[in-house]
Design a protein around this ligand. Structure first.
Ligand code: ADP
Length: 605
């Protein structure tokens, strides 16, 4: 129990010890309080940026919104209760975050970031101009009361300096406890998956837009709450809260302290504000202090990619793994691959044609990738697809999994017309594929990778179980272990993907598709790039996985493919050339002439 909550306990102890220790290090109470507010503001931003990979420059808009709403209630609307006003400000900021998120998340990458910049500027303008009557414009809102609580027999006041500290430390602690729950929940797993590989997170069945919006709203709520605390801490709500510089400072502090750590923004704020105090106050450097800050920032980003907290965490992990390495460095144990596969989708036991494509065509401008393909696969069948490069095999798979919409034709899966549906929905129905080029979650371990896929299947495409503990989701542990055994990675569960051998990565690629228990599994060149021994092992693996499943496999290694499948479809120039058993295909003069002959001729040359 205490091991599970060791981060929370350590945080509480540090917060309790801080007022006794920090004065001896020369830290002023107001600096410590400001660090806490920035730290709390940054927790939400870290969930958005560090965990989900969304770099927003618009956090100042939400910080200002929450802060000014609370300050207005307390100074102009006669609202008596400080905490309630801050909570109301938080709700308004979260609602604003929802709307901003709806707009900004329509784009990704640099375009997302640019939209957030524009939104921050719009909020700043609105605060200064149309709303200046309510916000005080460039003067801000003075006279924000400090919190006090009437206990009946006494009144507890949190005025300034160290007497304000317990109030802020309490909220910071609560903020960390909530954030830790979120990042350890299945939603946290989905957020990290989005950061690592949004395409694959979608393909394994997560509604990534819903989760991104969730992260945006959570970050907005933290920003709004911190904005409210800023006003009450200073007794004044400054217009600079809305300033674009506020967003910039938050990003730099998070980078300095370490993103994806939750504590990084606090550490970054401590470095930033202490340097400011020391260089400006003690050394009287004036505005030149930012030169030193810039230097510190560049050095930290160059030499400590994960920031201060990330660097400390990595060091701890290295030391711990050195201690544990001796017995565990043994070669991967060969797990039993013959474990009986269980199908979890409703289609387990589905009989007859599981997939029917009719007249499927895909045109890219003038390029005809596929034309008029009629294709049927029966439940339980192992089908191979071959064809020279450019024959349209990958495009055909992309249409079947609904990654790209067909230009014409229809796809019926298990009796349901899936034409034009999303790849997420189709995966949820039980149709998924492994990619020709690995699409893994590279900074996560094998276990975490498999969890991403299994959770999408167990929980559906979107669920707001923000406070659930991932490891307690029924069936998760067993399903991850079972899939790891199927793809022979049971001994590598805690290894980060970046440390896997190529063959292991290919097996994990198949494992990610298998983890969602598809009733129809498509494998796009599963043997690509493998050494002969890795191929032999993967063919054994595929034979074992294939028992009781429906699979369609594209591969260029025809000897291996013909060993695996019952029927083969040959594509040429985007059309079906011929279909038959491996023996029929080998003997077919059309295929020999158009494909095998060509290959042999190539090989001879
Ligand atoms: P294969 O997998 O058999 O090698 P592909 O499906 O990748 O074949 O490609 C079939 C044809 O479609 C090729 O001529 C290719 O250049 C074209 N093609 C595939 N994807 C695109 C795209 N996104 N835009 C334009 N042309 C494409």
């Amino acid at each position: 129990m205490s091991a599970r909550y060791r981060v929370e306990i350590a945080t509480a102890l540090c917060l309790i010890a801080a007022p006794f220790v920090l004065p001896h290090l020369g830290m002023a109470p107001n600096t410590v309080n400001r660090i806490l507010v920035w730290g709390l503001f940054g927790i939400g931003f870290d969930i958005l940026f560090g965990y989900t990979g969304l770099l927003s420059f618009g956090q100042s808009a939400l910080y200002g919104t929450g802060g000014f709403f609370a300050a207005y209630l307390l100074t102009r609307a006669g609202f008596p209760h400080v905490v309630s006003a801050i909570v109301l400000g938080t709700i308004v900021a979260a609602a604003a975050g929802y709307l901003v998120g709806l707009i900004a998340l329509r784009r990704t990458g640099i375009y997302f970031a640019m939209i957030t910049v524009a939104i921050a500027e719009v909020f700043f303008f609105v605060e200064f101009n149309p709303l200046s009557e309510w916000t005080g414009g460039e003067n801000g809102l003075p006279g924000v009361p400090t919190p006090s609580f009437n206990l009946g027999f006494a009144t507890v006041r949190f005025d300034s300096g160290w007497s304000m500290y317990p109030f802020l430390a309490f909220w910071y602690f609560l903020g960390i406890v909530i954030a830790l729950r979120i990042v350890r929940s299945p939603v946290g797993v989905a957020l990290r998956a989005i950061r690592e590989n949004p395409l694959r997170a979608t393909a394994v069945g997560h509604d990534i837009h819903g989760y991104k919006l969730t992260a945006f709203v959570v970050a907005a709520a933290y920003a709004g709450f911190a904005g409210g605390l800023l006003g009450t801490m200073q007794g004044f709500m400054p217009p600079e809260a809305f300033h674009f510089d506020t967003s910039g400072q938050l990003i730099m502090q998070t980078a300095i302290g370490g993103r994806g750590t939750l504590f990084g923004p606090l550490a970054g704020a401590a470095v930033w504000l202490s340097l400011e105090d020391f260089l400006q106050g003690t050394l009287k450097l004036g505005a030149a202090w930012k030169l030193v800050l810039g230097l510190v920032f560049v050095l930290l980003v160059c030499f400590l990619h994960q920031g201060i907290i990330g660097g400390a965490r990595d060091l701890y992990r290295v030391l711990r793994s050195r201690r544990e390495q001796a017995p565990s460095a043994a070669a991967p144990v060969r797990a039993s691959v013959g474990a009986a596969a269980t199908l979890h989708h409703a289609a387990a036991g589905y009989a007859g044609p599981i997939l029917q494509a009719t007249g499927l065509s895909k045109h890219y401008g003038g390029v005809v990738a596929n034309e008029g393909i009629d294709f049927t696969v029966n439940a339980g069948e192992m089908r191979g697809i071959i064809g020279p490069n450019g024959a349209g095999k990958s495009t055909f798979f992309k249409m079947l999994t609904c990654e790209v919409p067909p230009s014409a034709g229809s796809i019926v899966f298990e009796g349901r017309d899936i034409t034009g549906m999303s790849v997420t929905d189709v995966c949820q129905f039980g149709l998924t594929k492994s990619y020709q080029v690995n699409q893994l979650f590279n900074r996560l371990t094998v276990r975490e990778n498999l969890r991403v896929a299994v959770l999408a299947e167990l929980r559906g495409k979107f669920k707001l179980d923000l406070f659930a503990r991932t490891e307690t989701i029924p069936g998760l542990v067993e399903r991850v272990a079972h899939t790891a055994a199927l793809v022979n990675l049971a001994a590598r569960l805690d290894t980060p993907v970046s440390q896997l051998a190529y063959g292991e990565k290919r097996r994990l690629e198949i494992g990610l598709a298998l983890a969602s228990s598809p009733s129809l599994l498509l494998l796009d060149e599963p043997l690509a790039g493998m050494s002969p021994s890795e191929r032999a092992e993967t063919v054994r693996l595929l034979k074992s996985i294939g028992q009781g499943r429906t699979m369609i496999i594209i591969d260029h290694d025809m000897d291996s493919l013909f060993e695996l499948v019952e029927r083969v479809t040959v594509l040429q120039e985007g059309r079906v050339l011929v279909e038959g058993t491996p023996d029929e295909i080998k003997r077919n003069p059309q295929v020999q002439e158009a494909y095998l002959g060509g290959m042999h001729a190539e090989a001879a040359a």
